[in-house]
Unconditional design. Structure first.
Length: 252
């Protein structure tokens, strides 16, 4: 494995989440999608990291979850947490890339993915994954978006450079429609999802991360862009967030 990827794993593996989100917002999406806690569901959680959303789904629903990530070390941590919480019987982990999933068509009632689809791009992800949903199945996916029609050039340039598919929520919903989904609802993740649950914990770990990696140039080059991202969020957070999108594959 490449050294930079190993450093990224080292920085993020100990955190509860690897991206913005919250257990309450996962639960809110479950309610908004009208998912019945008693009905048995087959769920894929794609880009699950160390399993924040996987564990909430397992605690809340009557389900079998396939938790997918391409990093074994994250999946091992997820498995450990699942055992600790007594929900391991509901979860199987799968080390695979989200752009070449080994699933049969129409395998899942629900595809869940928080803060991860950007790795292959929203458009490709929603298009590829549709085939794995049963007719009438649900996609629940979070994705960065602009929350105003206009924004300062500094932040527009920064995020366009980081992720060229960043767009408004209305544009994301239009894409879901164009790919054949029927939108069910969406909401914007509040600030605590970014700060309390993601940026502050990671900021607190920068020093120990640098120390255990001998303050190497490579480790510093991981921390500096993270600091920049956090500073920009604090300055421009009224212009962007993550949207949580819920959409249904039409029934036959
Ligand atoms: N869903 C988790 C959460 O909200 O805490 C993790 C979000 S993290 C920002 C993105 C995750 O996607 C990471 O766990 C990363 O390993 C995974 N990932 C990145 N590229 C991937 C790929 N091509 N296939 C599968 N997983 C991938």
């Amino acid at each position: 494995m490449d050294d930079d990827l190993q450093l990224l794993i080292d920085l993020h593996k100990g955190e509860y989440r690897q991206g913005p989100g919250a257990d309450q917002e996962t639960e809110k999406a479950i309610r908004l999608a009208n998912i019945d806690p008693k009905t048995p569901y087959n769920i894929a959680d794609i880009g699950c990291g160390t399993g924040a959303s996987t564990l909430t789904l397992a605690r809340t629903l009557n389900c079998e979850i396939t938790a997918v990530d391409f990093l074994d070390q994250f999946l091992e941590e997820l498995q450990r947490r699942a055992e600790q919480e007594g929900v391991a019987n509901k979860i199987s982990t799968l080390c695979a890339s989200m752009d070449s999933l080994p699933f049969d068509p129409e395998s899942f009632d629900i595809i869940w993915s928080e803060g991860a689809i950007y790795n292959i791009g929203f458009k490709q992800g929603i298009s590829d994954w549709l085939q794995y949903l049963k007719p009438g199945g649900l996609l629940v996916v979070s994705e960065i978006c602009w929350i105003t029609a206009e924004r300062p050039k500094e932040i527009e340039d920064y995020w366009n450079n980081q992720y060229s598919e960043i767009a408004t929520a209305s544009a994301k919903i239009r894409q879901l429609e164009e790919e054949g989904y029927s939108p069910v609802g969406y909401f914007i993740l509040p600030e605590h999802c970014w700060l309390d649950n993601y940026y502050y914990p990671i900021e607190r770990s920068f020093e120990s991360f640098l120390q255990r990696n001998n303050n190497s140039k490579a480790a510093q080059e991981i921390v500096e862009p993270e600091k920049e991202e956090i500073e920009l969020y604090e300055k421009y957070k009224r212009y962007y967030s993550y949207g949580m999108y819920i959409a249904r594959k039409p029934s036959n």
